[in-house]
Design a protein. Structure first.
Length: 276
């Protein structure tokens, strides 16, 4: 059976470069073997919801992915490209499509991720050059979390808190931020206001350059998120490793980080007591 290829940024790949250390590496790719092999005429359309096997479902049903854009790959030659070249060609436009579909670039602060499909080796030999971009939701452990209902404009509306990233460890110090559910004890909450650090074609910034751009930006974002300056809450941030830069991961995510673990939310806390 022929298969097509897919890439998705797993939450395990959110071992990002923290504000105190740069972590090498690139988001993982994975091969999906669907129950059907799509031709160009069988590709799903933007706004349709699907299984991992691209069987189109009503978005009111539980589904694995929602298509954000269908397009063509740039010229990559007649030989089947390696995964690295395909990811560089597919993921930047799919991340841009995700921003447009969700209504905000703050998806990097959430469990909503860009998922990209491209032709299999057999399809490439037949002349297929399509790409399908989709949005998927991941559980805190990095597994796929089926959704019910459309994600279109979710972040333009009041949906951020339903898919927000929270961390059990310190995003600013620990190599692994230990992403967890926001209803579980945690140390930090990703906040709206993801910072763009440039474009994939630009040189990847150094850690010092990331810190210089993120420090004031994240302090303002955290202050707006919490609603007050507090001695027990501070701003931290994480940026993707330099090897992922050319694949479109060119942002820094700001976190409201507390001095101790807590259960509850910091959003709008103001000067009220810290949750237990």
């Amino acid at each position: 059976m022929r298969c097509w290829r897919a890439a998705v940024v797993a939450l395990a790949a959110l071992s990002l470069a923290a504000c105190t250390a740069r972590v090498a590496g690139t988001p993982d790719a994975q091969v999906v073997r669907p129950s059907i092999t799509p031709t160009v005429d069988e590709l799903p359309e933007p706004g349709q919801c699907t299984t991992t096997g691209v069987e189109v479902l009503d978005c009111a049903q539980r589904h694995d992915a929602e298509v954000t854009e269908v397009g063509e790959l740039p010229e990559l030659g007649s030989a089947y490209p390696d995964d690295r070249d395909l990811r560089r060609a597919v993921l930047p436009p799919c991340r841009a499509a995700l921003t447009a579909y969700l209504g905000s670039a703050d998806h990097d602060a959430t469990r909503l991720q860009a998922h990209a499909f491209w032709p299999s080796r057999d399809g490439w030999a037949r002349g297929d050059r399509w790409r399908v971009c989709a949005v998927v939701e991941l559980a805190p452990d990095g597994s796929r979390a089926p959704r019910t209902g459309s994600a279109r404009d979710l972040l333009k509306a009041a949906g951020f808190s339903t898919v927000q990233l929270c961390a059990a460890a310190s995003p600013g110090v620990d190599r692994d931020a230990a992403i967890t559910g926001c209803d579980q004890p945690h140390r930090a909450e990703a906040v709206p206001g993801v910072l763009s650090l440039g474009a994939p074609g630009d040189p990847a910034p150094s850690l010092e350059q990331v810190n210089a751009k993120a420090a004031d930006h994240c302090a303002r974002a955290v202050r707006s998120y919490v609603g007050a300056d507090r001695p027990d809450v501070f701003a931290s941030w994480r940026a993707f490793g330099s090897q992922a830069w050319s694949e479109g991961f060119t942002s820094a995510v700001c976190y409201a980080e507390a001095t101790r673990p807590f259960t509850g939310r910091l959003w709008g806390l103001g000067s009220n007591p810290m949750p237990a």
